[in-house]
Design a protein around this ligand. Structure first.
Ligand code: GLC
Length: 481
């Protein structure tokens, strides 16, 4: 059995060598001015970062008062904290990123966790097709996983499953809720307003798969729980991956809209912060963002997410490059057929380009010439491509910092030792995302914040967190855990 402990680790600072715009040998003044205009448009000044943070905090207050606000501030029904002593075996199903994952999680107490997992690719057609087909596919994956790992269920017993369904779901109990909207390129018909747990349980039942959906969990809530299993001072779980969002621990007395059990003191809130600034009041959107948004499956929605998350950064970068090409300021005005297609410039390329420290920008050349089929590129071309990537990437990290700072200030957590668990491919693989976030926090709170706040990678927060939630749910049967 392969064991994957999720002990969080501080990511070492990547040795990122930035392009110095003053060192580029521009081919013309026009090119130089165009680059400067991009720098101006994409740079988030410390003042703007603070304004965004303040606006974000106002949005949090509104969402805590009533449903239907831009920041949904969803009550997760998770009220208990964990201390690492929990034991048991659970299944987790993680849906909401590029892949679907089934994970079996074994908690042995003392913060020890072992997991086994299998990833399944979700076909693009399933994401936007019939909802029943999508949930049937999920059930089949779980069934295959049980076979593959020879997990046998005896008698009438059922395996308890934590379902990480990472979309905005208005929860009505720990394993009930209704989908508010799809995000991240999913758009399966007829699901909005329906309960994803009912769909999944029905798919299991029709196939006689002995699994019970015990908990419905957002990936941010799972990440918070998984990180807290190792770091009891965890105050927040954040996802920076295909999408972006955060969850944090709120005082029940601050949640005006909460009509349920008032005995508990705290509740984990799934903020759905990717939806921030639907009003377009504060975020510095460029024409490149607007173009991407217009062509996405959910125009005018998830505005902050579209400026931060891995699903979108590559496309924003592509739009900037196309604009420079159209103005004959890059690649001598030539486009490659590959780059001419939407979504072809993957965010993963950006990570590689950011990390390219070679004087000739060798890795950048490889992506442009081998992967994207550009004919020979010049050093000037490659430097400008790298600079654009850096601008888009840094803006994403600084906007993430504004959101994290808003939560830290709202809760006052920045004043004491607090841990933040972050999961997601962008945070894990994009060079220096953690450093940029920390720099942003320092601009807001001053240097002392570095002593109090630790940001750690909560690997597999979604899988382990869902199992922990199923465990909490098994302990309580009143719909809150
Ligand atoms: C999207 C989803 C949200 C999720 C986030 C990260 O914003 O709406 O529920 O947490 O992506 O996966």
């Amino acid at each position: 059995m392969s064991s994957t402990p999720i002990a969080s680790k501080i990511i070492p600072k990547a040795s990122r060598v930035k392009i110095d715009p003053a060192q580029i040998e521009y081919t013309s003044d026009k090119q130089k001015n165009a680059v400067q205009a991009l720098i101006d448009e994409f740079t988030i000044s410390p003042e703007l970062l603070k304004d965004i943070k303040n606006n974000f905090m106002e949005g949090m207050q509104k969402g805590l008062k009533k449903d239907g606000e831009t920041l949904a501030m969803i009550t997760s029904y998770v009220m208990g904290r964990l201390d690492g002593s929990e034991v048991g075996s659970y299944l987790a199903l993680d849906v909401g990123g590029t892949n679907l994952r089934v994970v079996s999680v074994h908690l042995t107490g003392g913060g020890e966790i072992s997991t086994r997992q299998t990833k399944y690719r979700i076909d693009e057609k399933l994401k936007v097709g019939d909802a029943k087909a999508l949930f049937d596919f999920m059930a089949v994956c779980v069934d295959n996983f049980l076979d593959e790992h020879q997990i046998v269920v005896r008698g009438d017993t059922q395996i308890e499953l934590g379902f990480t369904f990472s979309f905005p779901v208005l929860q009505t109990s720990i394993n009930r809720g209704t989908l508010i909207s799809w995000t991240k390129g999913f758009n399966a018909a007829g699901m909005v307003g329906k309960d994803p747990v009912a769909y999944l349980q029905d798919a299991f039942n029709r196939r006689h798969i002995p699994v019970r959906v015990a908990a419905l969990v957002n990936d941010t809530v799972g990440t918070l729980l998984a990180h807290a299993y190792h770091h009891p001072d965890t105050v927040m779980g954040v996802i920076l991956g295909t999408g972006c969002n955060g969850a944090y621990i709120e005082q029940i007395s601050n949640i005006e809209k909460w009509k349920g059990d008032a005995a508990a003191k705290e509740m984990v809130i799934n903020m759905e912060f990717g939806a921030f600034d639907k009003e377009r009041a504060i975020l510095p959107l460029t024409m490149f963002d607007n173009k991407m948004d217009r062509k996405s499956v959910n125009p005018n929605k998830q505005i902050l997410e579209k400026m931060i998350a891995g699903m979108y950064l590559g496309e924003i970068t592509r739009n900037v490059l196309l604009n420079l090409i159209d103005r004959r300021l890059l690649f001598e005005g030539h486009i490659s057929p590959d780059l001419n297609q939407m979504w072809t410039f993957e965010t993963a390329y950006m990570s590689t380009i950011e990390a390219d420290a070679s004087p000739t920008l060798h890795a950048t050349r490889k992506i442009l010439e081998s992967t994207l089929s550009f004919p020979a590129t010049s050093l000037n071309d490659r430097q400008i491509v790298k600079l654009v990537v850096e601008l888009v990437g840094k803006r994403a990290a600084r906007l993430s910092a504004a959101a994290v700072a808003g939560i830290l200030e709202h809760t006052g957590a920045w004043k004491q030792k607090s841990a933040i668990g972050i999961d997601g491919s962008l945070f894990e693989y994009y060079p220096s995302f953690d450093t940029d976030i920390m720099d942003g926090l320092e601009e807001v709170f001053g240097a002392a914040v570095r002593k109090n706040i630790s940001i750690g990678l909560a690997q597999d927060g979604s899988g382990v967190g869902a199992a922990l939630c199923a465990l909490l749910a098994a302990k309580h049967s009143n719909g809150v855990v």
